[in-house]
Ligand binder design. Sequence first.
Ligand code: NAD
Length: 351
Amino acid sequence: MNITDIPVEGYERVARCIDEASGLHALIAVHDTTLGPALGGMRLWNYASEEEALTDVTRLARGMTYKSAVADTGLGGGKCVIIGDPDKVKSPELFRAMGRFIDNFGGTYITAEDMNIGIADLLHVKETTEHVAGLDREHGGSGNPSPYTAYGCVVGIETAAAYRYGSKDLSQKHILLQGVGAVGGEMARLLKERGARITICDIKDDRVAQLCAEHGYESVDEASHLSLDCDIYAPCARGAGVNDETIPQLKCDIIAGCANNILLEPRHGDVLREKGILYAPDYVVNAAGIINVSVERHPGGYNEEVAMEKINRIDDNLTEVFKLADDEGIATNRAANRLAEIRIEAAKQLQ
Ligand code: NAD
């Protein structure tokens, strides 16, 4: 196994691992550990080049620093990627080698699930390093994060409603959800429970038909959903959906959803602000998954009551972001980053 450090400005440590015996080619990026060890998932992807993988792992690691800082998880930001075809490279030996690579970081990086990585893979990683989080309850972890993420997003939607309309009450609100998978589907259910009128859209027609029949939702075509007149738009599918092309079509007061990287570029937050649409920054709203995992590190281990109490604090964090944005006259996505930087800087001063 050959581990080489790659100097990247602004990152505490980035390293490459090549292990010929198992075929492992992977990168780990630790962005910042001021607030605690860097936690971020393991992604397996068929990158066209190591350069592309490096861009992805560093961008994602930095994103985890900001997300954890605003969510106050007591964690820093990191990520790892394995380069390879998800249908071909997986083997117990590959994941054991990955565990040894993670162990080389001495606990400054803790891994978890991400794209193309499941619990079974992480259990092999755990054979060679203890720095693994997010396992199922059976194996001492906090389990599937999706229901927690959904609940946290609903807390965020209520906070945004309170900021925009002066009340958390969603019973007179029309909410459009794009993507009703593991998180969006549960969000729709929780929002309906709060009395909201729900319209859903998804590229899976059978899923839409089933949910509408079961819960009495309305539906709209993916192609025309953006121009639907609604109060709150919740993007819960893929990222980059809010951009120059889509913003002029939007007819909502608030955007708040679970998808990562909702804005194509940071400047789209400025455009939403000018247009008078309140944007609840994605990583503040969808932080319940990482908050839930962070509770595994508490003395005595994972405790759901503690996790729920911390998830409810998304309300305070988001309100602080909205206030900072208004005070400084900046877009909410920029205010979220600012809040993260303020918290990291304050911790550095204390240290
Ligand atoms: P999922 O795969 O279970 O659901 C995604 C749904 O979106 C699917 O039903 C899919 O058919 C649909 N979809 C895809 N493209 C679409 C499109 N163009 N229009 C309409 N529907 C479309 O995924 P998930 O776990 O629910 O995650 C959803 C989003 O939330 C992702 O961006 C993910 O990164 C983010 N997120 C998830 C979690 C979590 O705990 N699962 C945590 C943080 C962020």
